[in-house]
Design a protein around this ligand. Sequence first.
Ligand SMILES: [Zn+2]
Length: 420
Amino acid sequence: MNIHELKASVITNNVANKSIDKKTTNPINTIAEQKEVVNDKGAQALKNYFLGTQNIPSFKGFDCATSEFNHNMMLVPCACCGKKMINGGENVEKLATELTKLKGEDRTKFIDETLEIYRPVQKAIIRGMREVGEKYPKKTTTELLPIMANDVQGIMKRGQLAVLDDVDKEAKEHYGEENKVSDYIKSQRKYVNGLEKNSKFNREKFVKDMDRITSELGDEHAKGHVLNIAIDMPFEDDYYNKMTKKIREPRKFINGLFSNAVKTAEHIHPRSLGGPNSTENYMSECNECNEKRQNYDLNTYWQTRYPSMPYNVQQFCDAVTENVINDKIGPHFVDYPKDLKVAVESETKGSITLKVLNPEEINKKREEKGLKPLPQPTKENVDRARAIANRRKPEPQGPVIKPHAPVKPQPVKTETEKAA
Ligand SMILES: [Zn+2]
């Protein structure tokens, strides 16, 4: 299977949607007030919502429509890391089954064609696998793993250098041959070349530096592009954990290369903190971003891990809007972009802002294409549209993926807090 075939495949993942029982969601007035990670505005708005004292423009709507998003939008970018997402565990199984058996040039081709779906650690590993695979073309992927396990540090180092090369190349395209990003990249190579764990070079510092330098350069579009490549820098702890522990279980290890790319329902205000399970509190994120966020404040989360998130939420929003305009997703999503804007700007206290089309503007675009205008969604026509969609597309059940956003009694410290 390659990425084009994947696009044709329609698989549902609504596991994330089911994983938190409503009974386990504590009342907002006890949980939200205890947790510093909740931002004041979001918590207060939601508290008022639950007490019924305030109507919020967002959070008015229908139940979270995870399966509708997943049926219709294969390979949309993750709203957080911007990487392409795949739909459902069945596709993970298919890809892993194929890669397990591949050898030689077929394996290299498979890796090249799927390169856009790997998350940072997995990308470093898959690049290592490509390289080792070319040295041992007769071995199956399963047989390659013990060889890779003997060169854990080397694969990491070369993975880091590959990201530096990619960033340098992208920066030159946007900012010209002589530019501050390329100067910085040059200054970092020596640290990577002398790599040991906990040495001078680490992902968190690198990503922060890249964020700062690209911000100084001022071009938002270029910044999004360059940062989206910089965030491919592998997370050191995750990498060593996977390569030293999990590589001994071949099938699990290979599945793990894909499972982080699965599309999940991210609740913008976390469900564990009382966020409602409705579409207006929902955006699509990959399994990795969703799981790592847990219930951290959204700002704390993306600024330390994925600083290109403001750019990526916009890309995600544009992709959904495009799908609404072209009838690739139900007509009741006509006001989703507008609601997404309210929810994201409220939760991030305005540090992420979105440019969106309102329903009238969406209808105008449709008119230009000769399509009928979409009505403002009401409960009745949402139910009707959904009933039709369900008749048309029965939902296949994928294997269980890791559960979404576990409810934790105490928030774990972020990397920044640990360092402080
Ligand atoms: Zn992501």
